[in-house]
Design a protein around this ligand. Structure first.
Ligand code: MTE
Ligand code: MO
Length: 567
């Protein structure tokens, strides 16, 4: 229903109505862009999580388990990208809607921005990390959105006159900064009166009058200004942390040599079979699993680890002090509880760090403190059985892996690693807090979501060669893979082809009982389709069961079976 036009430019109503929608949507996108851009700038200056990421994180943390599992199953490790894109799509759609509404009823626009801000603040409240700074970034974004809305509405002129052909026909172009981050809005319209030309853009004060707004040119200019300002703010916010140097720019830790270095790996750890996972996983290939949407980058210069809770002598240790300690090395294979049979969420490397047990002994663990509750800089929590860490195994507060400082993705500047336990109950990255407590008193992140509490890594084996559904030449065929039974050791690996008899594979060397082991076997097959199966037996004589069990709550079981074709 076209508006009554009092002006007479002889334009058709329907196009104008469509155009007004377009202008409104564009205006809304600019407003959201301003909120995102300035929210990003504030986050960059304060070195806190950006508002959009905070919202995404809160969504991750608070989605029901089934949704999480569904997302992980559907998108795999791309689930984070999908989530961020989803948040942005919602922002773009609601921004456009907000603009359409606001261009007719300014008050509704300001209320909408207030809702955006409230969502952002709620997300901050749901997270534990950098509360005040993150909230400030949200509010800054909200204020910026409000200012942008007021400026744009003013340039459009008061509502009634807008229908008079004073509206622009140019649709503001796309935001470049909507793909940054920030949920935004402001509680109140903090819009001050703006100079002599300021007119009735205040909520609920529509003014009539033929030349009420600066008109189309004014709008386009204002839009361009808002766009440029938000784009610049967003870009600055993104680059500031690294420009400012120091925090999170890169890896500046110079790792000391270990006080007690391990001997070089035996040469026989690698069988050198093409296609077989190397014994040592390069850092760049190491699987990454965490709930963080953006990789946390704690500044090692400001990093501290607090050890407290049920201890006699709580203390804090900083990076200088940690690095001045006698560091040790350990070869440990880390595995994710979500790893499916045959999956690749497992990797092996040489870690450098300080023994966790020594650290806890300094604090003096009180009896009854059966849980080590560790927290990362981004608020993720992990519960590890105290007795496991204290039983003499090489549980580490690690600062290095693969001969380098931990990469950011793997917990720089410090993380935990406990041989024999799945990562979700042991391997806290970006760790900043260790609290001794009771399992009965406090639950960690995944435990709250129905996953296991004590989760030793299950004995497992995998076929890497031939590749699943791969083609090989008939005749002599090489079968190879890896097997693991951390902190117990693999005693044997058996294979069978086409459901025939099991036979023993040959095992490579290992430096200890905390790593995986490569295995290889040879057989002869004729042309056609074949199936290979593998199973490992650990040093206690326990053979992994054939029964297929899902990863949740404490790890998958079953024999890995692949098919290949011989030609
Ligand atoms: N801070 C933090 N640490 C974390 C996680 C996390 O979500 N946040 N995930 C854990 C899980 S489930 C696993 S399997 C390991 C994976 O470590 P990686 O990414 O270095 O391979 O990290 C653990 N440490
Ligand atoms: Mo994991």
């Amino acid at each position: 229903m076209p508006h009554v036009t009092t002006g007479t430019r002889g334009e058709q109503h329907p196009p104008r109505d469509g155009r007004r929608w377009g202008v409104g949507a564009g205006l809304g996108l600019l407003v959201v862009g301003a909120a995102l851009g300035f929210g990003e700038l504030a986050a960059g200056l304060l070195r806190v999580t950006s508002p959009v990421v905070t919202v995404g994180d809160a969504l991750v943390d608070n989605s029901p388990q089934f949704l999480m599992s569904w997302a992980i199953a559907l998108f795999g490790t791309a689930d984070k990208a999908v989530l961020v894109i989803g948040v942005l799509i919602v922002l773009i759609l609601s921004g456009a809607a907000l603009g359409v509404v606001a261009s007719r009823r300014p008050v509704a626009g300001y209320v909408g921005l207030g809702l955006f801000t409230a969502v952002g603040l709620a997300a901050v409240a749901l997270r534990r990390a950098d509360d005040l700074g993150a909230a400030t970034a949200v509010v800054v974004g909200g204020v910026a959105g409000t200012v942008a809305l007021a400026l744009l509405l003013r340039s459009l002129g008061p509502a009634p006159s807008r229908a008079q052909g004073s509206g622009p026909d140019a649709e503001p172009k796309h935001e470049t900064d909507t793909d940054r981050a920030a949920e935004a809005g402001s509680e109140k319209d903090t819009e001050p009166n703006r100079g002599p030309r300021a007119r009735g853009d205040a909520p609920g004060v529509p003014q009539a009058g033929p030349d009420a707004g600066p008109g189309r040119r004014g709008f386009v200019l204002t839009a361009a200004g808002v766009l440029a300002a938000s784009g610049t703010a967003g870009a600055l916010g993104r680059t500031l942390p690294s420009l400012l140097g120091g925090a999170g720019t890169g890896i500046q830790l110079a790792l000391p040599a270990p006080a007690s270095p391990l001997p070089a790996l035996p040469s026989g750890v690698d069988l050198g079979v093409p296609g077989l996972a190397p014994f040592t996983t390069p850092n760049t290939d190491f699987y990454r699993i965490d709930t963080a949407l953006t990789v946390p980058r704690p500044d090692p210069a400001r990093w501290t680890l607090r050890v407290h809770g049920m201890v006699d002598r709580p203390f804090e240790i900083d990076m200088n002090e940690l690095l001045s300690r006698d560091l040790v090395e350990a070869d440990i294979t880390l595995a994710c509880v979500s790893n499916q049979v045959g999956g690749d969420l497992v990797g092996n490397t040489r870690w450098l760090g300080f023994p966790l047990a020594d650290l806890l002994r300094e604090a003096g663990v009180r009896s009854g403190a059966d849980q080590i509750l560790s927290t990362s800089s981004d608020g993720w929590t992990c519960g590890t059985p105290t007795e496991v860490v204290m039983d003499g195994r090489d549980a580490l507060l690690a600062v290095g892996m693969g001969g380098e400082p931990l990469p950011h993705e793997h917990g720089y500047p410090a993380r935990m690693v406990v041989p024999g336990l799945y990562g979700f109950v042991s391997a806290t990255k970006w760790v900043t807090d260790i609290k001794l407590t009771r399992f009965a008193d406090e639950q960690a992140y995944w435990a709250q979501r129905g996953w296991g509490v004590r989760a030793p890594i299950k004995t497992m084996s995998r076929i890497d060669v031939p590749s699943p559904l791969g083609r090989v030449e008939s005749g002599e065929v090489v079968l190879a893979g890896v097997a693991w039974a951390q902190h117990t050791g693999v005693a044997g690996v058996e294979v069978r082809v086409d459901d025939g008899d099991w036979w023993e594979a040959e095992l490579a060397e290992v430096p200890g009982i905390d790593t995986w082991v490569q295995w290889v076997a040879e057989t002869t097959v004729g042309p056609g389709n074949h199936a290979v199966e593998v199973r490992a037996t650990d040093a206690t004589g326990f053979t992994q069961p054939s029964e297929r069990v899902d990863p949740i709550p404490d790890g998958a079981t079953g024999w890995h079976r692949i098919r290949f074709t011989a030609t």
